[in-house]
Design a protein around this ligand. Structure first.
Ligand code: ADP
Ligand code: MG
Length: 339
């Protein structure tokens, strides 16, 4: 095996970056989540070259104080928790303090930020984890991150990226998911200079569904709304007329965090039993919110998987809610026909 080496900080950062930053979409996700955590009400996302060449996120959130910027880019630096105890009650989307250090280790980052209380903003440039400059600059309140040349210094990783248009579509997916989980925030998405999406941020999920998916889908969804003392489940489920060919239109948000779960998906699909054909999948946007800490968000670095204390009960509940709502709709249709 040879001599045992202690890795340099630069190498450690690059390895760690591999866990959080897989592709442009993961950069977008981390930065947009930071904007949400910073209390932004408007977030604009622009990409060129699939987000590999250029990715910009602008928000009108809290901004970062100039003297905090360098700290924010250190590994495991976060303003969102201070100890493990806080992990049980994380409500912010971020908490690992890994995104900025990881992203800046594998790209060229330019940050422009200003807090309400400071007269001037700050510009910070960091490339491949090496600080280039930190200067005062005039800027509006909020934060802009520009990430250029993702993986320019990690060619092995760059090789695994797909074409610009595929990577761009993954970024688009991320923006859509975050817009759906936060109807109270206005999202804008620009792809190679063209506006592809604009949500109003008026707080209405059905308006957001309309703005993302258009009239055909928005006018064929049924609202669901359930709550007990442990959990609330609400959102919209599509009628069979808008069934899709794959699972890409099944959206789950747990405590406003987009997650993937085969078990939850299967539970909902079971609720559609008798309403869909074998090769069809439903459209739905379902928010699940727990009143206590029954969900563990600290399972996976990208936090797309979460762990439930009572997953099987939640699954049974989902199947029932979905099925009852679809049946109720069918009753309505049948009465209509009887008349
Ligand atoms: P985490 O989100 O887990 O705290 P990050 O590395 O993503 O870690 O961010 C580090 C810190 O930088 C955050 O805790 C926050 O204080 C600050 N920060 C990052 N992005 C923004 C932003 N858009 N607006 C305000 N503060 C930000
Ligand atoms: Mg973060």
């Amino acid at each position: 095996m040879g001599k045992i080496n202690l890795l340099s900080q630069e190498t450690i950062d690059k390895i760690a970056a591999g866990e959080v930053v897989e592709r442009p979409a993961s950069v977008a996700k981390e930065l947009i989540e930071n904007s949400i955590d910073a209390g932004a009400t408007a977030i604009s996302v622009e990409i060129k070259g699939g987000g590999i060449e250029y990715l910009r996120i602008t928000d009108n959130g809290s901004g970062i104080d100039k003297d905090q910027i360098q700290i924010a880019f250190l590994r495991h630096s976060t303003s969102k928790i201070s100890s493990a105890v806080d992990l049980d009650n994380v409500r912010s989307l971020g908490f690992r303090g890994e995104a900025l250090s990881s992203i800046s280790a594998v790209s060229k980052v330019e940050l422009i930020t200003k807090t309400k209380d400071s007269l001037l903003g700050a510009s910070y440039i960091i490339e491949g984890a090496k600080e280039i400059s930190l200067t005062d600059i005039g800027a509006p309140d909020g934060t802009t991150f520009i990430v250029r040349q993702l993986f320019y210094n990690t060619p092995a990783r760059k090789k695994f990226l797909k074409s610009g248009s595929t990577e761009g579509s993954y970024v688009f997916d991320v923006v859509e998911h975050l817009a759906l989980s936060h109807p109270e925030i206005s999202f804008k998405f620009l792809l190679n200079g063209k506006e592809k999406l604009m949500t109003s941020g008026n707080g209405s999920l059905s308006d957001t569904i309309y703005q993302i998916y258009g009239r055909q889908i928005a006018s064929n969804v049924l609202d669901i709304d359930y709550s007990d003392d442990k959990v609330s489940i609400n959102g919209f489920i599509g009628q069979s007329i808008i069934a899709r060919g794959n699972r890409a239109f099944e959206h789950f948000f747990v405590n406003q965090r987009y997650i993937k779960s085969n078990n939850l998906s299967r539970a909902c699909e079971e609720g559609y039993y008798g309403f869909l054909m074998g090769h069809q999948y439903p459209f739905f946007v379902i928010n699940i919110a727990f009143t206590d800490s029954a969900v563990d968000v600290n399972v996976h670095p990208t936090k797309q998987e979460v762990r439930f204390e009572n997953e099987s009960q939640i699954c049974e509940l989902l199947t029932k809610i979905v099925n009852q709502r679809l049946r109720k709709r069918e009753d309505v249709l049948e009465t209509h026909i009887d008349e």
